[in-house]
Design a protein around this ligand. Structure first.
Ligand SMILES: [Zn+2]
Length: 410
């Protein structure tokens, strides 16, 4: 820790990591001195909804989950495309500031996909579908195709498909999404087993979700599948390819087997989990079973910030028994795998993508494992981030600072 290092970057890649001053920089290179900071692989926010960024101040906290959904609908139903696009823009700035270099974002209303490309971030945009009425499945599916048709051609911003939940998307639409995703190798993502109410609805067709469905429309003659959310999706072929499962707060050991055998990933959003007062999340048991578990913030409608470093610190505070290295892996490599973005990123080594974050810490008295303790300390903060050699955020740079301030004021 006391010895400085230099990371030499050429284009998108890390060329060398060497002791500071061991070689002179070439005359035409740009030198960025990050001062006293810990350099780590770029952080990965595997689940968020940037288009809800500007809804944060208007969404009132609700005790019941379905009341919270009603609140989101109330706030966003007054919005037009401009508001959703502005939300994404503001969210991308906050994401850059937080040291996130790869992102899994759910998109339903925003249309300005070029903003992701312009930001320089690596992203999987999951196009969201909500429609529980089988009679409108064809129309809904056509609208999805029309949106995907406008997706920018870019190697860093990839397509995903996100049927919202098993209780807001009909079996017909789910089947079409599965077919479309598997045929095109577009990763599937779904909010799954988030509440006990969802499990009750799918097994018995009753409870809080039933009331919610009756309010928003439930098809005549609908019958519950009478099985767990995970088993229901398995029967439809959802797990025939690795997919991304958001939350999975209420899953059984049988469900674990299905998830593990399909090489699918679970995204755990610790502060959103706490916001809704759920019991202990089974992420440790999942990791023991060989399931890839990543971290996400979810949206600002249920989380105070879009910072994965904040999620890491929160999770550490709740689970001091979990090695810091495990939490760091969940926030980096596991996130890339959950988004189908793994490759030569997720680690800092010669030849890897130049995706990195610098975290300013308070002390230089430690080394080894203790370096991570400094990163997880309350005072640490992201001061710089880079994705494939492109600077996403530099706290020392006035222009960068100003653009983030503008986004927060928006
Ligand atoms: Zn979500």
């Amino acid at each position: 820790m006391s010895e400085g290092v230099e990371v030499v970057i050429e284009g998108k890649y890390v060329l060398a990591i060497r002791p500071q001053g061991s070689a002179s920089a070439s005359p035409d290179s740009t030198v960025i001195d990050l001062g006293f900071a810990v350099l780590m692989p770029g952080l990965v926010n595997a689940h968020t909804h940037l288009e809800l960024t500007l809804a944060q101040t208007d969404v009132k906290p609700k005790r019941r989950f379905t009341d919270w959904i009603r609140e989101i609908v109330r706030v966003t139903s007054a919005w037009g495309e401009d508001e959703f696009n502005s939300s994404v823009e503001a969210g991308l700035r906050l994401i850059g500031e937080s040291g996130t270099t790869a992102l899994g974002d759910i998109s339903r209303n925003a249309r300005a996909m070029r903003k992701y490309v312009k930001s320089g971030i690596r992203a999987r945009i999951f196009y969201e579908v909500i429609d529980f009425n089988p009679r409108t499945a064809g129309k809904t599916f056509d609208a999805l195709l029309a949106r995907i048709d406008k997706h920018p051609r870019n190697d860093n911003v990839l397509i995903g498909i996100a049927p919202h939940t098993p209780y807001t998307v009909s079996t017909d639409v789910l089947k079409q999404c599965i077919k479309l995703a598997h045929e095109n190798d577009w990763r599937l993502c779904i909010h799954l087993a988030e509440t006990e109410a969802e499990i009750e609805f799918l097994k018995q067709g009753t409870g809080e979700i039933r009331e919610f469905r009756e309010e928003f429309g439930i098809p005549r003659g609908w019958r519950p599948p009478e099985m767990s959310s995970v088993r229901y999706l398995e029967r439809l072929g959802f797990f025939d390819q690795p997919c991304t499962l958001i939350h999975c707060n209420y899953v059984s050991e049988d469900d674990f087997c299905i998830i593990e055998q399909s090489a699918s990933s679970v995204v755990f959003c610790p502060r959103s989990h706490s916001y809704f007062g759920h019991g202990n999340h089974p992420f440790l048991r999942m990791l023991d079973c060989g399931i890839n578990v990543a971290l996400g913030t979810d949206s600002l409608a249920s989380s105070p910030t879009l910072s994965i470093l904040d999620e890491m610190k929160f999770l550490h505070g709740e689970h001091t028994e979990v090695p810091l290295q495990t939490i760091l892996r969940m926030a980096t490599q596991n996130g890339l795998e959950a988004l189908g973005l793994a490759g030569n990123a997720g680690a800092l080594s010669n030849g890897s993508f130049a995706d990195l974050v610098a975290v300013a810490v308070l002390s230089d008295e430690s080394d080894g494992e203790d370096v991570l303790k400094l990163v997880f300390a309350e005072q640490s903060e992201v001061v710089f981030s880079l994705a494939e050699g492109t600077v996403l955020y530099d706290a020392h740079d006035a222009d960068s600072r100003e653009s983030i301030d503008r986004a927060q004021r928006h």
